[in-house]
Design a protein around this ligand. Structure first.
Ligand code: UDP
Length: 354
């Protein structure tokens, strides 16, 4: 399968083409109603694939899928990946995007978050083994924990607390990487592991409590901008479209790429800088309000993307200003449509100001 050709030709199977072509061009996206999963669904439908979108809708939203739900080549399956999975037809590609990803959301039920990561990975790996499908794990920069080196390269083994509020997610994702590795070695499953760094863009859930969504919504509503800690901690923000392009290149590469690959934007910003950018771009007069830094909040995060550049010919193309512009426009519409979102309803409501 050649990714570049797929994109160029935008080939859609015709009725008289053999059924095998359909099956070769079928993809399962677990977590397909989420922020990134739904964008993958859109991309694969555009490319002429049959798409099985599996989601338990705990954090995913059907509104992310829109008109896809009416297409015959798009199949939505409401299912929690902690339970075994069967499909109505064959697939050649599987994405495991299934897990709540924002700290306030994955901390609501930490035991279920860990089960989602471990049992979900096992169930999807079994399915990949059964179908002879290639499978990609949406891993995370969280496997590096609070990193002692910067930028983080894939060979760094991380600094993760096993018994903190973030552990259910961080350790779950680390265990899932191990399962992917072991299914590759022991069962010959064709695996890919993408370590995703902070991603933002249109389609984010206004209520998921992440820094980009919180700041933009607060600025647009004139509410205080909630900075946790002193705002000197850093993150590297990757725009949705760049990120998904990186995932697809990793999935479709013909190279032997079973080892983890960082996918993220190396542009590094402090949280205070992000707040100033959002204020300037929205023209907001919101004040800054400082709150305690959550336990185990990483001090810095920046990907070394040498491997993605060399192996996939990929690097981000959308800088933070341009990405924020599109994201601010998206949230302005979302707020206008519902009138109900805002910092005060954010899931991560800091207990007390400092
Ligand atoms: N953060 C913040 N204000 C908010 C939400 C988050 O200052 O309203 C901080 C948070 O403490 C962290 C960074 O922004 O240092 C990124 O948080 P996010 O939840 O977006 O993702 P994380 O990288 O922590 O998983």
């Amino acid at each position: 399968m050649n990714y570049v050709n797929d994109v160029k030709l935008n080939h859609f199977p015709q009725r008289d083409e053999p059924q095998s072509l359909w099956s070769a061009r079928a993809v399962l996206i677990a977590g397909g109603a989420g922020f990134l999963g739904s964008w993958l669904c859109h991309r694969y439908i555009e490319m002429g694939y049959r798409v099985y979108c599996l989601d338990d809708l705990s954090t995913g939203r059907l509104s992310n899928l829109g008109e896809l739900l009416r297409l015959p080549q798009f199949v939505f399956i409401k299912h929690d990946v902690v339970h075994p999975i069967s499909l109505p037809g064959p697939v050649s590609l599987i994405y495991n995007m299934a897990c709540p990803a924002s700290p306030p959301r994955y901390q609501i039920d930490p035991i279920h978050t860990l089960r989602t990561n471990v049992s979900g990975a096992l169930n999807l790996l079994e399915l990949a083994s059964l179908h002879g499908a290639r499978i990609l794990q949406a891993s995370t920069s969280e496997v590096y924990g609070d990193p002692a080196i910067s930028p983080q390269r894939e060979s760094y083994h991380g600094n993760v607390n096993t018994v903190g509020p973030r552990s259910c997610y961080d350790e779950g994702k680390r265990a899932a990487e191990t399962l992917f590795h072991d299914y590759h070695i022991c069962r010959g499953v064709d695996v890919r592991i993408a370590r995703i760094f902070n991603t933002y863009g249109p389609g984010m859930d206004p209520l998921d409590g992440r820094v980009v969504s919180n700041f933009i919504i607060q600025a647009l509503k004139g509410a205080p901008i909630t900075i946790y800690g002193d705002g000197s901690q850093t993150r590297s923000f990757c725009y949705r479209d760049d990120l998904v392009e990186g995932l697809m290149r990793l999935m479709h590469s013909d190279r032997d790429l079973s080892e983890p690959v960082n996918i993220g934007n190396p542009g590094e910003f402090t949280i205070a800088e992000l707040a100033q950018k959002v204020l300037a771009m929205t023209g907001s007069t919101s004040l800054l309000s400082y709150h305690p830094l959550p336990q185990d909040d990483p001090r810095q995060r920046r990907p070394d993307i040498t491997s993605a550049r060399q192996e996939l010919g990929w690097e981000p193309t959308v800088n933070l200003d341009r990405g924020l512009e599109a994201t601010i426009a998206y949230f302005a519409t979302e707020i206008g449509a519902s009138g109900a979102h805002g910092g005060q309803r954010s899931l991560r409501a800091p207990a007390q100001a400092v």
